[in-house]
Design a protein around this ligand. Structure first.
Ligand code: AMP
Ligand code: ZN
Length: 463
């Protein structure tokens, strides 16, 4: 039974999706004004693994992650570089997808951009105006926090606390310092769109309410983000959405802990960040992923070259085991599922406990010990060993640390063969698919089919 920690209730709860067998999930995505840093990567990797695990549990997952492509930070950067906000947003959106791919993060099912949903945003603001939760001043529209009695329920902040936070920037036109912008009137030379309140652009919070509800419905299962988003971003999303619909917005709120440097949150504003692009010059993508999995997703995690190097060492033990398998086991056909579930139970016990990837890695290492000793013993071809290998691949694939070689390292004709096989599988021509699998295996390429497609890895030494 899967249990997840819900920030809303402050408890670990049994996970029970709104629609049996399906999970609707929204993760707050990047503001595209720069390359992403390791702190952002923690969020993207953690929720990629949670998504994979939910799929492994048999759920059909719809995963939405937005792109904030209009924002003060984007406009400031554009002004600095004397280019349009659009060109900054496009450049870093492309870079974002490139980095996701390098890190082996499965692309979200839907990646809505704020600028492509202006009409949805406007109609949600209109709904809030009609319901009396929003007011207009000089072309700006504000949400009236005092009208939403549940304000503070996610972040557990009292009225006074939320007011104190809001006093940082006082706008005298607001009825209360706690009120926040839904629509911002256009300033000279800023991108803007027509609206019933004049030209302007949307606020950040309303964008996520509008796009999540558009794609996942007015109530959905999981909303996630880093812990820094609990207040005010997610608190405001709840207020806007529930005020508009009178329905609960989200069932489970999941938040990842910070990636720190010397005990401080890694962030752009503090300047203590490392871009994923730069880290990749020294470490493999799987090392970064392993490192992120080495702690529970809600715990703080300290970033340093030393801890990445330690993750690299641990990952080597996993890679060595795969080498050992490739060198010693001839026939790697996947065994029948459900014949031996002892290891699956152990792995799931760890992951069912609020996605405890650190414990799950412990299970992976115990399994590796067993595989290595079975190979060293007399049972190189035993069914048990093959099942263990199958389980090891499955667990590493869920955790995103399966040693795979990048496509570009495969010869073109091998890639063509893989593509041919995919086509055959789509046509349900299993005979042809199997024929190609054998051909590939003869050339040292082992395939693993999973719900997101086929991963390939090449034996280092062909037997
Ligand atoms: P941003 O582009 O700043 O909105 O960040 C994208 C995602 O990364 C959000 O879910 C943030 O909460 C998350 N994030 C930013 N910095 C960190 C950090 N140091 N540790 C963990 N998550 C972070
Ligand atoms: Zn958001």
């Amino acid at each position: 039974m899967l249990r997840v920690y819900n920030t809303l209730t402050g408890k670990k709860e049994e996970f029970c999706s709104l629609v049996p067998g399906k999970v609707s999930m929204y993760n707050c995505g990047p503001t595209v004004y720069d390359y992403f840093h390791a702190g952002n990567a923690r969020n993207f990797i953690v929720f990629d693994v949670i998504r994979r695990y939910l799929k492994h549990k048999g759920y059909k997952v719809t995963f939405v992650q937005n792109i904030t492509d209009i924002d003060d930070k984007i406009i400031n950067r554009a002004n600095k570089e004397k280019v349009s906000a659009e060109s900054i947003a496009n450049k870093y959106t492309d870079a974002f997808f490139e980095d996701l791919e390098i890190l082996g993060i499965t692309k979200p099912d839907i990646c809505p951009k704020a600028t492509e949903h202006i009409l949805d945003i406007i109609s949600l603001i209109k709904r809030l105006m009609d319901a009396g939760f929003a007011y207009q001043v000089d072309g700006d529209v504000f949400f009236e926090v005092g009208k939403f009695s549940d304000y503070g329920k996610l972040s557990k902040r009292s009225f006074d606390e939320t007011e104190q936070c809001a006093r940082v920037e006082i706008d005298k036109r607001k009825k209360s310092p706690r009120d926040f912008a839904l629509w911002k009137s256009a300033k000279p030379d800023e991108p803007n769109w027509n609206s019933p309140w004049g030209k302007g652009r949307p606020g950040w919070h309303i964008e996520c309410s509008a796009m999540s509800m558009k794609y996942l419905g007015e109530t959905f299962d999981i909303h996630s983000g880093g812990q820094d988003l609990i207040f005010p971003h997610h608190e405001n999303e709840i207020a806007q959405s529930e005020a508009a619909t009178c329905k609960p917005f989200v069932k489970y709120w999941l938040h990842n802990g910070f990636l720190n440097i010397n005990g401080e949150k890694m962030s752009k504003s503090l300047g203590n960040f490392f871009l994923v692009r730069d880290i990749l010059k020294k470490f493999k993508p799987q090392v970064i992923r392993y490192f992120m999995m080495s702690a529970h997703y809600r715990s703080p995690l300290d970033f340093s070259d030393k801890s990445l190097a330690e993750s690299g060492k641990a990952l080597e033990r996993i890679e060595n085991c795969f080498d050992n398998i490739r060198r010693n086991i001839k026939d790697l056909d996947a065994p029948q599922k459900n014949t031996h579930i002892e290891w699956i139970n152990k792995f799931e016990e760890a992951m069912d406990d609020d996605f405890n990837t650190a414990s799950a890695l412990g299970v992976v290492f115990d399994l590796i010990t067993e595989i290595n000793s079975l190979i060293a013993g007399e049972s190189k071809d035993s069914a048990k060993l093959k099942l263990d290998v199958f389980n090891l691949e499955t667990f590493c694939s869920i955790l995103g640390i399966l040693p795979s070689i990048e496509d570009k390292e495969l010869d073109k004709d091998l890639l063509n063969l893989i593509e041919e096989r995919t086509k055959a599988r789509i046509k349900k021509d299993w005979q042809e698919a199997d024929r190609i699998r054998v051909l590939l295996e003869e050339r040292g390429v082992v395939l693993k089919d999973n719900p997101d497609g086929t991963t390939a890895w090449k034996r280092i030494k062909v037997i």
